[in-house]
Design a protein around this ligand. Structure first.
Ligand code: ADP
Ligand code: MG
Length: 262
């Protein structure tokens, strides 16, 4: 038997909204869980799309991400099971929207999530995925300070690379300060549409800029991926035979290989 290891903590970040962060967080987490890796998804976005996308009812009373950050509380207090074996969730409580402001005056305001996650028992999870909000504020910084690596979804559209240098500077600042172990896990091209020439241009740009940091797997634009959250399911269980489900399984396998997760 292998010895228990610390989980690999991956923040899914890009300050642009609508680029596929939450979709990637949910579906990559589900695919890793389906591959047998105990996976914890943390919803760090006050919009709570990762929570509702997994069928979690946010109107009930529960301990969530806000409590981890502001309480502060140890992460094990907030872990919920999901319908998928091996997949667990820390949901975004509705108070999370105020955390950004409440933390401004707090001490160690960017290290709260890291501290909370340090309470996860060794060996309980192999991977922790953090779904970051579309900003570079305090919530996002908590994600980057807690993470081992950052995975950046890049939507294949005009201006896709705009803002990426700002994100890279933020990552460098976190690395030079509170979290020296932070690295770039990679760039994932999302909403990839082979029939659109712009897609190829963005993909070429990204690959010439980031080289092999860009995952070989691309996520196609796929209607089943966008329908799944309204059914409270990852695409993997909503439509296992869709191209979207296959793409996220392939992404999980590529990540598993790159990071020696199995
Ligand atoms: P973010 O978390 O970065 O704001 P989302 O993951 O919420 O972005 O995605 C934005 C929108 O695009 C959502 O409506 C989502 O369903 C849709 N979407 C994301 N990825 C895909 C895809 N590969 N194919 C089709 N729709 C997608
Ligand atoms: Mg999101």
């Amino acid at each position: 038997m292998s010895s228990p290891v610390r989980p690999l903590i991956i923040a899914i970040a890009n300050q642009k909204g609508g680029v596929g962060k939450t979709t990637t967080a949910i579906n990559l987490a589900a695919a890793l869980a389906a591959r047998g890796l105990a996976t914890l998804l943390i919803d760090l976005d006050p919009q709570g799309n990762a929570s509702t996308g997994l069928g979690f009812d946010r109107s009930c009373s529960f301990v969530g991400t806000y409590e981890l950050l502001v309480g502060p509380r140890p992460a094990p207090d907030a872990i919920q099971p999901t319908d998928l074996t091996n997949l667990f969730l820390v949901a975004a409580d509705t108070d999370l929207v105020g955390a950004e402001i409440e933390l401004v005056e707090a001490d160690d305001r960017t290290g709260r999530l890291a501290k909370s996650l340090a309470h996860l028992p060794t060996g309980q999870f192999r991977v922790v995925i953090i779904d970051c909000p579309p900003s570079l504020g305090l919530l996002n910084l908590n994600g980057l300070v807690a993470a081992d690596s950052v995975l950046v979804p890049l939507q294949c559209e005009f201006f896709a690379l705009e803002g990426i240098s700002q994100l890279m500077r933020t990552i460098d600042r976190v690395k030079g300060g509170p979290n020296p172990r932070l690295k770039l896990a990679g760039i994932v091209l999302t909403m990839y549409d082979r029939r659109n020439n712009l897609t190829d241009l963005v993909a070429d740009d990204a690959r010439s800029f980031f080289g092999d940091k860009v995952f070989a797997t691309t996520i196609p634009r796929n209607i089943r991926i966008s329908e799944a959250p309204s059914h409270g399911k990852p695409v993997l269980t909503y439509d296992p035979r869709s191209t979207g489900a296959a793409a996220y399984i392939q992404l999980a396998d590529e990540l598993i290989r790159r990071e020696n997760l199995i």
